[in-house]
Design a protein around this ligand. Sequence first.
Ligand code: GLN
Ligand code: ZN
Length: 755
Amino acid sequence: MTILNHTLGFPRIGLRRELKKAQESYWAGNSTQEALLATGRELRARHWQQQQAAGVDLLPVGDFAWYDHVLTTSLMLGNVPARHQNKAGNVDLDTLFRIARGRAPTGEPAAAAEMTKWFNTNYHYMVPEFTRGQQFSLSWHQLLDEVDEALALGHKIKPVLLGPVTYLWLGKVKGESFDRLSLLQDILPVYQQVLDALAQRGVEWVQIDEPALVLELPQAWLEAFKSAYAALNGRCKLLLTTYFDSVSHNLDTVRQLPVQGLHVDLIHGRDDIVALNQQLPADWLLSLGVINGRNVWRADLTQWFERLQPLQAQRKQLWIGSSCSLLHSPIDLSVETRLDEEVKSWFAFALQKCAELALLSNALNNNDGTALETWSAPVRARRHSGRVHNAAVGERLAGITAKESQRHSDYQTRAAAQRQRFNLPAWPTTTIGSFPQTHDIRSLRLDFKKGTIDGNHYRTGIAEHIKQAVNEQEQLGLDVLVHGEAERNDMVEYFGEHLEGFVFTQNGWVQSYGSRCVKPPVIIGDVSRPQPITVEWAKYAQSLTDKPVKGMLTGPVTILCWSFPREDVTRETIARQIALALRDEVADLEKAGIGIIQIDEPALREGLPLRQSEWAAYLEWAVEAFRLNAAVAQDDTQIHTHMCYCEFNDIMASIAALDADVITIETSRSDMELLESFEEFAYPNEIGPGVYDIHSPNVPSVEWIEALLLKAARRIPVERLWVNPDCGLKTRGWTETRQALANMVTAAQNLRARI
Ligand code: GLN
Ligand code: ZN
């Protein structure tokens, strides 16, 4: 039996981010909807053609989305919140954009739907909203239209649908509470209609994504799979598709389902394929996700060949595929001109991954793996590359003992020393680090990068911006100042560029949400710090003022989570290496007279594994990495950390274990509700609950800020409260920043006067 290969989905943004540009231009009213539709059509056609040319047997259709594929599913089901519906009562592209962004070229603006992380990736989906008694109907034919489009182009396709159970799982109930699982019976008829329509078009296999199956699901939800798939059976063949982790723990449920195949992620799951093969019905198609859809590394195809060959004889129907959709990987390595050949030979982006699938399926079908050896050679050569291994890093790491991650004294003692050193007023005011990244600042950095100005000009320019930021802060009367981060383009990239062990791509964009893309650095080897990174600018800023200037670092877990990690060592090892490198930065900042140092960890929660049973292990090493980074500080050096909006209640013990002297968090939008977790936990150290939302240009009034602070004081003793915005100010303009901070300082002064 021939082994087929397939991808679970392809990046939709386009190599030059064509979709982003077309979307944004349409939203801004600068181009027509026809132009946007045409860009989408071109991209789909190009991506199918490219995958086919690379040797992919079955092309995914339905992986394209105008904003997000969960949102596409909502539209398909006619699940449009009342506030986003248009007057005509039909669903159109602007309806989709109103749900996603709160506004579109047509229709009335209304609050956008919530967005959240897609499993444990950095992709964000639009959270479906469910209301009691709501109706569903097939309202959006995008999938069928795209199937027609691909068929007209003569492609051999495999439509992709987000499965009904995962869809419900990912959504949220609005208004009167009820069990959203009860809606399953109402959405299944729409799925049936879609599957019927696909069957009519001659589609054989449908990839039905149910990644929720890798989670630890409540029994009722597991049961729901049975009724759902009983209802969907009998139209097209269904490939039940799981990814991001293993499914073995739910295999008893899975094997009873009336589907015709199962896809498992062998990269992020640890499923035993021999056992899986034995336990699954003999006539099922087994699709093995062997090419990592979420990272940039070339696969060791020789190794896969050896692993898969024995299975080939045992399973009637076997496919190989990407572990998950290639949505999470950059598109094409071949356009990278700045990576050296050695490093380039270690990588595979989406198109190269397609080629890997083809190479591997060919080798298996021809029963000959020799062609794979050339492909795998660089993977093997890398194991001995000097670019990867740095003996000094390994030795240092091995020498680390528990005491290195322990501050010298407990919080009480430190707090006393810090009070004496800084003598800050009650309700001390500060900011989170960045100040507006003006056009001037951006072009200065860009000119330097392009080489149009030299290092001296660049540094003079940055110094000017720092001076301006410090002056502004002094005028405003803030208590703890920052240098403003003018030299940083991005909080992770900046550190990556100054650390050994990282490389950067020119076009390695991946979609984060909607039209937003990120270009994560790649961690290729042991991480070390060739020289101090932030010290010069921090020292300069401190020289301009008598107020304390806070040094600003991005923490090890965040740098790890927002990069493509290497895969030959654990995430824990990478985090520890980064922590050690930044530990030296803390020591150097201290030596340079910087008494307050902030280590940002906005991604701490993001790094959590999908299954709660694995949380404890992650949190332990993540917290340890932060502590290793910070604990070199003397008692009278004040360590701050910052986290953006996140749920704290179930990780409170770990937040406390960070043992930062001060934590600043985003709270204004939750009306200080987030502090409840800190109160209940009796969080012992200082907290700066953000008092205004930096995502909005609105200037908060003094009264409003005061009211929020008083609310905070009902939960946390005043002696341990700080006053600061929710997050960094880099996306804001100076005018609103100045006004907002002035009001913030006045609010703090008013409260001081009352003590
Ligand atoms: N120090 C960073 C800034 O102010 C923090 C950003 C973040 O939390 N994402 O920009
Ligand atoms: Zn933040």
